[in-house]
Write a protein that binds this ligand. Structure first.
Ligand SMILES: Cc1cc2nc3c(=O)[nH]c(=O)nc-3n(C[C@H](O)[C@H](O)[C@H](O)COP(=O)(O)OP(=O)(O)OC[C@H]3O[C@@H](n4cnc5c(N)ncnc54)[C@H](O)[C@@H]3O)c2cc1C
Length: 421
């Protein structure tokens, strides 16, 4: 695009994508006084946490203590106070999935609206970003698809929180996109109470697999052995896709629904339960990783060193989902180690007014398989929103923002800033 569609409005900060990273980025910038727009292609905020059927933000705690706070934790506490989230007990550490917060997705979506309205974030629902005008590494406008047709918003700083790095890619940022990608998952909820014992269901599962009525990838936990976990619905299947490619996404939705149909037919016969609600799309674990001024390697992550540019922690094992029917590749952190994310990993190389946050930041795929979790994305989002504010108030490019100032501002907002060591 060389000429922007009609300009609707101008903002200090424009955040594209309202998932865990995006809502924290927008809230941070708005609370610091920036006029902030948040673009979301769906009609609700939360991304994977709400729309995507993954209401389990991980992980705010490590080794018995809190390592991520700030806006993400504020959301968890506000939900818990009203009885819409269950917080983990850090004094009795359990396996990593059990240390996630359990949130009620509809009420989380409502709370996100509330928090954005309180902070005067200007919400643009159902208005996806579709392209940018970028001159010499400076984005000028973002085009959005509205009910009135294509329109543009002018911005001073842009933050790409689309998950797939669409905005950065349109602007010409360098990125990595593996030939092999982690599969996505099409979440679904079940209705009814299962009238079946574990042994019986597992036997029935084996028979259905042997007969070809169920296929590899219909239940990715198959290697772990207990078909009863399928009854939880949600994170059951593996669907191969490249989230940054529309044709691949289209094929994945069809394959995902075929998989849900196979599982549903089998479950109705074997356990008397049916699917009730389906997530609106196959949610993506991995696609573009936008190359930044810094790059988090799996060794950086596992060694857990924190430099003076560290803006937040991230804590989760390396958690690579391999292709359909395959297993998980987990590498656990050594006791006491808590990795961190450097500011440079949020700055696309060479760009003046573009930041990133969330699962798309700069790092290798093994590191990404860990730092992609929601609490980490929320902490990165708050850092990116704060950096946008500092770039504007200091009249400098995003890469000239002083890490010391950024860390001070984050600490003042109640975020946990890694100690440099
Ligand atoms: C099946 C599955 C299970 C997972 N399990 C867990 C778990 O148990 N715990 C955990 O913490 N993490 C889990 N994860 C990882 C985690 O949910 C994601 O990595 C995380 O949500 C990424 O946050 P994000 O903000 O970067 O992206 P997303 O959550 O993907 O949010 C991106 C947002 O941007 C919007 N968007 C995209 N393109 C545009 C556009 N062009 N214009 C406007 N808006 C746009 C999307 O609609 C979405 O709201 C899981 C992931 C998957 C796929």
């Amino acid at each position: 695009m060389t000429v922007p569609p009609k300009i609707l409005d101008s903002f200090d900060v424009i955040v594209c994508g309202g998932g865990p990273a995006g809502f924290c980025a927008a809230l941070a910038a708005a609370r610091l006084g920036c006029r902030t727009a948040l673009l979301e292609r769906y009609g609700m905020l939360g991304g994977a946490m709400t729309v995507g059927g993954v209401p389990a933000p991980a992980l705010f705690h490590a080794w018995g203590k809190q390592i991520i706070a700030g806006i993400g934790w504020e959301l968890m506490e506000r939900l818990a106070k009203e009885g819409w989230a269950v917080l983990p007990d850090p004094s009795t550490p359990k396996r990593h999935p059990e240390m996630a917060v359990k949130v009620n997705a509809p009420m989380a979506a409502w709370m996100l609206d509330t928090m954005c309205q309180e902070a005067k974030v200007e919400l643009f629902f159902h208005q996806p970003a579709v392209d940018v005008i970028c001159q010499e590494k400076t984005i000028e406008t973002v085009a959005i698809a509205t009910k009135a047709g294509l329109r543009s918003l002018r911005g001073k700083v842009f933050i790409d929180c689309t998950g797939d790095g669409d905005v950065a890619a349109w602007a010409g940022a360098a990125y990595e996109l593996g030939a092999e990608l982690q599969p996505g998952t099409l979440g679904f909820y079940l209705e009814g109470t299962a009238s079946v014992q574990a042994e019986q269901l597992n036997q029935s599962f084996k028979e259905a697999r042997a007969q070809g009525a169920l296929k590899a990838g219909d239940f990715w936990g198959e290697a772990g052995g207990d078909a009863m976990t399928i009854l939880r619905g949600l994170n059951v299947n593996h669907v191969e896709l490249n989230g940054s490619d529309s044709a691949s996404r289209t094929q994945a939705e069809i394959s995902g629904r075929q998989s849900v149909a196979r599982v549903s037919r089998w479950l109705r016969a074997a356990a008397g339960i049916k699917p009730q609600t389906l997530a609106p799309e196959v949610w993506v674990r991995e696609s573009r990783r936008i190359l930044g001024e810094a790059y988090v390697t799996v060794n950086d992550y596992l060694e857990a060193k924190a430099g003076p540019d560290a803006v937040c922690h991230s804590f989760y094992p390396i958690d690579l989902h391999t292709n359909t029917g395959g297993n998980l590749k987990n590498i656990y952190l050594q006791e006491g180690k808590v990795p961190s994310i450097p500011f440079g990993a949020l700055i696309p190389r060479g760009f003046e007014n573009l930041l990133t946050a969330g699962r798309l930041i700069s790092g290798d795929r093994l590191a990404q398989s860990a730092y992609r979790v929601q609490a980490s994305c929320m902490a990165m989002g708050q850092a990116a929103g704060t950096a946008a504010f500092l770039a504007l108030t200091n009249d400098c490019s995003v890469s000239q923002v002083k890490c010391k100032l950024l860390r001070q501002s984050l600490a003042k907002q109640g975020a946990i800033v890694p100690e440099s060591h």
